[in-house]
Design a protein around this ligand. Structure first.
Ligand SMILES: C[S@@+](CC[C@H](N)C(=O)[O-])C[C@H]1O[C@@H](n2cnc3c(N)ncnc32)[C@H](O)[C@@H]1O
Length: 541
């Protein structure tokens, strides 16, 4: 593997080329398989340029209150303040060190292009390609690594002619901005643009769970996808780590997930085809629509007469708008039942679909999620009697509702959705305790639980405790969970790990292991909290 940027790789652990990455030694669950100081390409979304360091991807706290809190919590300096490049005035950095690394490697190649005041911000694919072309022109051999990735020209052209045209135009723009480099033809520019866009990863931050932009790295992006992966990829702003999510034997292929793996078969297939242009042939997809993720709460022929009438109205509307339901097809012996379930699924998945199909490249802001839309979809799933709480899109809807209530400051609703997810949904959909998303979600719930320690909320805390929801014990138990699992996920030295460590030291002390007395208290409180969570009716929240 080539040395790219200031990379810290352990190449002796793996073999890799064009056909995936294989373990050269056995890995235990949670072991780091490799880590890099920064992905080869990390390009921020437009709306993140304002509040995120373009080199290390630390997020700044923009409002003074948030900034003060960050300072108190001991967050890295980059989290606190950003300064714009004095040349282009558009790209921001958290420190001189970041700015100087970025300048040497890439920003000097784009600064003048971005500096034109009348020029709108360029899409991140254009910025990445422009810089890669200039680096190629300057003789940087590492860029050639990207050219070995499949450009997917033909797949994009066949499946999505509009995107093909958009990508071709944007690649041409990047080539022009790079001054038509003599060492790279327009074909090379197109190859780089398509290869990056069709193989990129989404970079996001665990602390506030927002999308930061796209990442591409020849090593990470060589890892193939599986809907039943044995590894996961983490972005530690800007360090990247690939960790084993279960035991990996010597010689075994390493897989991570590119897209959500809790969706039913047809949705997973359509998503991967739509974003990465391939038909997934992983071990789970090989079984077709017969996994836990595909099972409805009852046979689809059992849909009640009342719901059949409602769905038939829906079908009339969907037919009129020529909706494509192919990604929501289900199998059955009755074509009418199949048609109805496809229509119902399409309606239930609508809010999630709208959130997940947004193309970063062409949009300047994140989509807002309407609580009313999420609730309407949840009602369809649960009132029709066809969905369990663990069958998608119910877990997606609960996750989005949790985020929406938290953002709206509706702490009690967020708490109840969070409890249901933690005790009832997640043990089924993501049973691995150190699966990175479990830590992110548990931490978000910790933050909700901690608001009840505020003296202002004492009355609410006491009322909940009388009903069996001890928010103090919930906070402590979740904090212990996140603390104990952190080394097998983000690592305590990561930005996320640093925040958790700070809270751990404040609330528990300088203990590596939770003190026995606390463990006992949490162990005693947990069954009560579980019972409380099981009793929550999410349709009444
Ligand atoms: C980011 S690359 C992965 C590495 C790739 N093998 C390479 O080095 O060029 C993504 C491409 O790998 C292939 N791929 C990855 N996972 C796959 C899977 N589960 N089934 C079929 N093809 C897969 C697809 O062609 C996909 O577009």
């Amino acid at each position: 593997m080539p040395g790219i940027n200031d990379v810290e790789i352990r190449p002796s652990n793996i073999t890799g080329g064009g056909n995936g990455v294989f373990a050269k030694k056995a890995f235990a669950p949670g072991d780091a398989i490799f880590s890099l100081a920064r992905p080869f390409i990390a390009e921020l979304d437009h709306h993140r340029l304002e509040d995120t360091c373009a080199w290390c991807c630390s997020r700044a706290a923009i409002d003074p209150h948030e900034r003060e809190n960050s300072r108190k919590m001991g967050l890295p300096a980059g989290f606190i303040e950003l300064k714009a490049c004095t040349g282009c005035k558009k790209i921001k950095y958290c420190s001189k060190a970041c700015q100087s690394k970025a300048w040497k490697l890439e920003h000097k190649h784009e600064c003048k292009v971005l500096a034109v005041p009348t020029r709108p911000l360029l899409p991140h694919g254009v910025r990445a390609t422009l810089k890669l072309l200039r680096r190629l022109q300057a003789g940087d051999p590492a860029v050639k690594e990207i050219l070995r990735f499949d450009s997917k020209f033909d797949d994009v052209r066949k499946t999505d002619p509009q995107t093909y045209d958009d990508y071709s135009t944007l690649a041409y723009g990047a080539w022009k901005y790079a001054d038509e480099p003599s060492k790279a033809s327009l074909d090379v520019a197109r190859h780089l643009f398509f290869a990056v866009n069709c193989n990129a990863l989404t970079l996001s931050t665990p602390l506030d769970d927002v999308s930061l932009g796209i990442g591409f790295d020849p090593l990470i992006c060589t890892v193939n996808h599986s809907c039943d992966p044995n590894a996961f990829f983490l972005f530690n702003q800007p360090c990247t780590v690939l960790r084993a999510s279960r035991a990996v034997a010597k010689g075994e292929e390493i897989f991570m997930r590119y897209r959500d793996i809790t969706n039913p078969f047809t949705v997973r297939q359509a998503e991967l085809k739509g974003s990465y242009y391939f038909d997934c042939t992983c071990s789970k997809c090989a079984k077709g629509a017969s996994s836990r993720e595909d099972a409805f709460a009852q046979p689809i022929e059992n849909l009640s007469p009342e719901w059949c009438r409602r769905v038939d109205d829906l079908i009339t509307k969907q037919d009129a708008s020529k909706s494509d339901l192919s990604m929501f097809q289900v199998g059955s012996n009755s074509s009418q039942a199949e048609r109805r379930m496809a229509a119902l699924q399409a309606e239930a998945f609508k809010p999630w679909h709208a959130m997940s199909t947004i193309k970063h490249e062409f949009h300047g802001s994140e989509p807002g999620t309407q609580i009313s839309d999420l609730k309407a979809a949840l009602h369809i799933c649960l009132e029709s009697g066809m969905w369990s709480l663990t069958r998608q899109p119910v877990p997606h809807l609960l996750r989005a509702l949790f985020a929406a209530y938290t953002a709206a400051g509706d702490v009690e609703r967020a708490l109840h959705i969070g409890l249901k997810r933690h005790f009832v949904v997640k043990p089924v959909t993501a049973p691995q305790p150190f699966w990175y998303e479990n830590l992110v979600d548990a931490w978000a719930l910790t933050n909700v639980a901690t608001t009840y320690s505020n003296p202002r909320n004492q009355g609410d805390a006491e009322r909940l405790a009388r009903k069996g929801c001890d928010t103090r014990m919930l906070f402590l138990g979740l904090l212990m969970e996140v603390w104990e699992n952190m080394p097998k996920a983000y690592g305590r030295e990561s930005p996320f790990g640093g925040v958790v460590t700070r809270v751990w030291k404040t609330c528990v002390g300088d203990f590596e292991e939770p003190p026995q007395v606390l463990k006992d208290q949490v162990r005693a409180a947990w069954p009560k909290l579980r019972t409380y969570a099981e009793g929550i009716d999410v349709l009444r929240i």
